[in-house]
Write a protein that binds this ligand. Structure first.
Ligand SMILES: *Cc1c(COP(=O)(O)O)cnc(C)c1O
Length: 422
């Protein structure tokens, strides 16, 4: 097997930046990304035969760890039946019924292939159902890479916006209003100015794609109330929090019923799946019943449906309690190490965590983008390199959260302690 530098050189020759999703490129870390050939339990194995405790976990989907035996067995069985039909089949029905039964505010669901697609469909549905154009999005929330969501705050008044990527027409940017997390007054202002044209507010109810920016449930409840009063929809993007912050995501935990919810990541158990769900009266706007178009050649792919269902079936109160206990131990282990390692080299770091999500950051608290330390990436570089050297793999970007899985058990945590202090 070729070594990592050779593989990366070959990759950069024929793939932009050598990667198929930008965060994988270790950009800002001054390092060549590792190539991994295998994942097993809580561990990743690289091309040079080294293993790492994996806290990236494919950026979230692997709630049970790599190669969970039950998911693997179900996938093997599914392989015997073929891997795509493009027809009605019972596998997506089983997953849909499981979800509708378990999550009380979901009456109908449509499966797509990614979180991005789920959001794209949710926004179109919100606009189709309300006959309005504008969407409120919060600074620091990530909703995938659909045009309407690659928008950042403009330099003018609250709510003005500009594209955060090249290639997005102004016409699209002007229909996305960007506000700061937690800022009720600007939400009120927006509805006062353009309430008649606001189709929806979309939010990650626990923003976890730009650090972990915990929100007061009271703010989420305020969003629920103001959307209802103004005939706009509330969309919870639970692609990362769904089935992780408990089975019903933040919505169930906070006791807030969004109009639409988007899922991804865990719902496919590590295969590509996204979903949009909500009450029947809204979901009926989707084709072929309604006039909001949506489709997908590989949507509800039978392998992905089986991996998703087998994963979700293992997520019980008992497993959530276990994972949260692993997560709490992990925080303790890291916090002690930050404090004591190498005469306090990483003494400024803390772990901010919620359930099985954690963020390593040099501050006690951050609830919106303005509270994130400006030197985050610079500071992260030596920490990431030190941990990698010790066989501990974090997401290769300071703004990405870490993930604890059911595979990060006592044995792995003991190994973590040993690696840290080695
Ligand atoms: C990951 C993520 C997305 C995008 O999902 P993809 O499957 O990467 O397209 C959207 N929203 C949230 C909250 C996410 O965490």
């Amino acid at each position: 097997m070729n070594s990592t530098p050779t593989l990366f050189a070959r990759s950069t020759a024929i793939v932009p930046g050598g990667v198929h999703s930008p965060v994988r490129s270790f950009k800002g870390l001054d390092m060549t990304p590792k190539f991994f050939t295998k994942g097993q339990g809580a561990y990743l194995y690289d091309t040079e035969g080294e293993n790492y405790i994996d806290f990236c976990m494919s950026f979230g989907p692997l709630m049970l760890g790599h190669q969970d035996p039950q998911v693997k067995a179900s996938l093997s069985k599914a392989l015997e039946r073929g891997w795509t039909f493009g027809t009605c089949e019972p596998y997506s029905l089983e997953l849909a019924e499981y979800l509708v039964e378990k999550i009380n505010f979901i009456e109908q669901i449509r499966f797509v292939n990614s979180g991005t697609e789920a959001v794209m469909t949710a926004l179109r549905l919100a606009r189709g159902a309300t006959h309005r154009n504008k969407i409120i999005k919060f600074n620091g929330c990530y909703h995938g890479h659909t045009d309407a969501m690659l928008i950042k705050a403009g330099s003018g008044l609250a709510g003005t916006a500009q594209a955060s990527s090249a290639g997005i027409p102004e016409g699209i940017a002007k229909d996305t209003l960007i506000l700061e997390l937690g800022d009720k007054a600007s939400v009120q202002q927006c509805f006062a100015h353009s309430g008649e044209d606001i189709a929806a507010i979309i939010i990650e109810p626990l923003p976890a794609n730009n650090g972990l920016l915990k929100q007061d449930y009271e703010f989420l409840k305020f969003l629920r109330k103001i959307t209802k009063e103004n005939g706009a929809l509330l969309i919870f993007d639970e692609v990362i929090t769904g089935f992780r912050i408990g089975f019903g995501g933040v919505a169930s935990k906070a006791g807030i019923t969004p109009d639409l919810v988007t899922y991804g990541k865990i719902i496919g158990g590590g295969l590509p799946v996204g979903a949009i769900a909500g009450p029947k009266k809204l979901m009926q706007y989707l084709a072929p019943i309604g006039d909001v178009y949506q489709a997908g050649t590989l949507s509800a792919n039978p392998l992905a449906m089986v991996a998703g269902l087998e994963t979700l079936k293992q997520l019980t109160d008992e497993t959530y309690a276990k994972i949260e206990q692993y997560s709490a131990s992990l925080s303790e282990i890291f916090n002690k190490w930050f404090h004591e390692w190498n005469n306090g080299e990483f003494n400024n770091y803390k772990i901010i965590s919620e359930s099985s999500l954690f963020w390593i950051v040099p501050t006690d608290t951050a609830t919106n983008v303005n509270e994130i330390p400006k030197t985050l990436t610079e500071d992260f570089r030596p920490l990431f390199a030190t941990l990698l050297d010790k066989g501990i793999y974090l997401s290769p970007n300071a703004y990405e959260v870490g993930f604890v899985s059911l595979a990060h058990d006592e044995t792995v945590l003991k190994d973590l302690t040993e690696r840290l202090w080695h």
